[in-house]
Design a protein around this ligand. Structure first.
Ligand code: ZN
Ligand code: ZN
Ligand code: ZN
Ligand code: ZN
Ligand code: ZN
Ligand code: ZN
Length: 422
């Protein structure tokens, strides 16, 4: 068909079904056409005929639909493609390997991009049809932030995260994979599994064991025993009002007999709760550390013994987390400081207390004081450091306490010393 004033052009169908090169976008087809175009000059053309061209990446066919009166291709002959035929195998190419890619990345789709994937290069969550490309592989949602690839969806978490934009939160990696005790096709994350199926380890107790014992010895053996709320115990490393380290009944019972190095190790590696935004509670000071280790212990350990335990951990600590190394260095520094002036601090405190009784109560009361040890140190920003001292005495206790504890109170107010008479 020739329209007056319009230059005639050749109408054709571009047959790329046997072409194996990339031709999955308009741009790529155009560039392929530019390669072909020049080689057509001089060829004769008839409506209904087919020109077959062998290109490096396979055969390309041009079906001449309508020549519009032209019989030979000249340098300025215009071609118009009516259609492009492509093999579906080549249109749907895997973004990774170029093979047939029937799957689509769901995340790319959400971002309005189409990423095709073959079954080998699609990351698929167990029992689900959703595929993910390598840029969108979902990661494990366990609490350690492990960044492991997610391979399954927890049935129980899935019930919590049903919204489309939250569904990824019920996906987990292999390391927390558990299956239903009676149905291997139902997957749970470790936390949900524990919550639903694990029972308290305490003899005779069959309540759900929701709290996991965090005891671990220096050789990395973790207990992990589940306990119910009645049979789990919190070792309050970071003070009485903060969450502590969970221990099972057995390990709580062993505390008084445990190797102090094991206990120090537990303190170094335990994850402290958050104090303020982004800041965690710091290590207990040496006094509190000593108290923590000596609780339930029939013969209490001295600072020197605890420092020895701390030092024995040095070769081990280097292999631990950065946090544990930081904690170790911090504790060692505190120990050196504390032990460096402990003697003079105790001597000074003893002198103060004796002179208090000498001046306010009487020389006989002062003579009742035999000695003291500093038990604990309290320091709060903006306040003077306070010490709790255990005082050894002879004779009558009441004489040292005073009516309604008046002497105790005065000593505290005057010297920041909290006296503990035992
Ligand atoms: Zn592939
Ligand atoms: Zn993707
Ligand atoms: Zn994980
Ligand atoms: Zn779960
Ligand atoms: Zn129990
Ligand atoms: Zn335990």
């Amino acid at each position: 068909m020739i329209v007056d004033g319009v230059k005639p052009y050749v109408e054709f169908i571009f047959d790329l079904r046997r072409y194996t090169g990339k031709a999955d976008s308009g741009e790529k087809v155009e560039s392929l056409w530019r390669q072909i175009n020049a080689g057509l000059v001089g060829k004769s053309i008839n409506s209904g005929s087919v020109i077959n061209l062998d290109m490096p990446d396979g055969n390309v066919g041009l079906w001449i639909v309508e020549t519009n009166g032209l019989s030979q291709v000249a340098a300025d002959t215009e071609f118009r493609a009516m259609d492009v035929l492509r093999s579906p195998k080549l249109v749907y190419q895997c973004a990774e390997c170029g093979e047939y890619g029937p799957l689509r990345c769901v995340k790319c789709e959400e971002e309005k991009r189409e990423t095709r994937l073959c079954s080998k290069h699609a990351h698929i969550i167990k029992d689900e049809l959703s595929a993910y490309c390598k840029d969108h592989i979902p990661t494990c949602n366990c609490r350690t932030g492990c960044h492991e690839q997610a391979i399954f969806r927890c049935q129980s978490c899935a019930r919590i995260f049903q919204k489309r934009e939250e569904r990824y939160r019920s996906l987990y990696g292999k390391h927390v994979h558990k299956t239903h005790p009676n149905d291997p096709n139902v997957d749970y994350c470790q936390r949900c599994y524990q919550r639903q199926f694990e029972r308290c380890n305490s003899t005779g107790c069959n309540r759900p064991g929701r709290s996991k014992c965090q005891y671990q010895s220096r050789n990395g053996e973790a207990c992990g025993a589940p306990s119910c709320s009645d049979h789990s115990y919190q070792w309050k490393i970071w003070g009485p009002h903060n969450r502590g380290v969970n221990l099972c009944e057995k390990h709580q019972g062993m505390m008084g007999r445990s190797d102090p190095a094991d206990l120090v190790f537990l303190i170094l590696t335990a994850k402290a709760p958050f104090a303020k935004r982004g800041r965690r509670y710091s290590m207990p000071n040496p006094f509190r550390l000593r108290r923590l280790i000596n609780r339930h212990r029939s013969s209490p350990l001295s600072f020197t013994q605890i420092e020895y335990a701390l030092k024995s951990l040095e070769p081990l600590v280097a292999e631990l987390s950065r946090n544990a190394v930081k904690n170790y260095e911090f504790l060692m520094k505190l120990f050196a400081e504390t032990m460096g002036n402990l003697d003079s601090l105790e001597r000074d405190s003893l002198e103060k207390i004796r002179s208090y009784y000498q001046n306010h109560v009487g020389w006989d009361a002062a003579a009742q004081i035999l000695g003291l040890q500093i038990q604990d140190r309290f320091s709060r920003p903006g306040e003077k450091t306070r010490y709790r001292v255990r005082v050894q005495f002879s004779g009558e206790k009441g004489r040292l306490i005073g009516r309604g504890g008046v002497y105790m109170k005065q000593i505290r107010d005057l010297y920041n010393l909290e006296v503990d008479l035992d």
